[in-house]
Design a protein around this ligand. Structure first.
Ligand SMILES: [Fe+2]
Ligand SMILES: [Fe+2]
Length: 205
């Protein structure tokens, strides 16, 4: 009889343990939306960099190239988390428009504003509620980076309008782990978001 009781007890414990682990459906959907957004942003900024070079804005082109690399790192980080949850990203084709560099900067400002003030804020809340700590980390790295991109893009648009592009950073450093993006003249010894040493940063110059 004692053996039967023990078996029932273990069975109840097992149900209690696994029963709590429900699928984080919101976070899975958010990771997929994030991957789509970051992959599209990476391709878009790369095209914007090419357009900036065509228009003679070489310094602004470097910013687009650096941000493109950062967004690709965010997409890769989100993909790792998605796959750790046993899910796969569906194939999709990034879609965006390339206009003048001034208009492209404004489009970049709009995108980064949405991601840093709305999209990732909601994603982080959902991931916290669903207790997916890796997703919280990946979304937070992206949100903190997008805030910096927003600031870089706003300064670049102001410089373009004032015709003083020479005041902008002449090179950027991108953290290969979290995508954090620095003016290369003002980097930290270790990434402020993920502590990766500066020797590993990707330099865009
Ligand atoms: Fe960004
Ligand atoms: Fe980092």
């Amino acid at each position: 009889m004692e053996k039967v009781n023990r078996i029932i007890f273990i069975a109840l414990l097992t149900v209690a343990f696994f029963g709590c682990k429900s699928t984080p459906t919101k976070t899975i959907a958010n990771l997929k939306e994030g991957i789509k957004g970051e992959t599209t942003a990476s391709a878009k900024y790369s095209a914007f960099a090419q357009k900036a070079r065509e228009e003679g804005y070489d310094t602004i082109a470097k910013l687009f190239d650096a941000a493109s690399k950062a967004e690709a790192i965010h997409a890769a980080n989100h993909t790792k988390v998605l796959e750790s949850l046993g899910e796969k990203m569906e194939a999709f084709t990034p879609s965006f428009e390339v206009k003048s560099t001034a208009e492209n900067l404004q489009a970049a400002i709009d995108g980064e504003s949405y991601e840093s003030t709305t999209m990732y804020v909601n994603f982080i809340n959902d991931a916290n509620a669903e207790k997916v700590t890796d997703a919280v980390k990946s979304f937070t790295w992206a949100l903190d980076t997008e805030k910096k991109h927003l600031d870089f893009y706003q300064k670049a648009l102001a410089a373009l309008k004032a015709n003083n592009e020479s005041t902008l950073p002449s090179a950027y450093a991108v953290c290969p782990v979290c995508g954090n993006t620095y003016d290369n003249a003002a980097i930290d010894p270790n990434c402020a978001f993920c502590q990766t040493p500066k020797e590993k940063f990707i330099i865009v110059s």
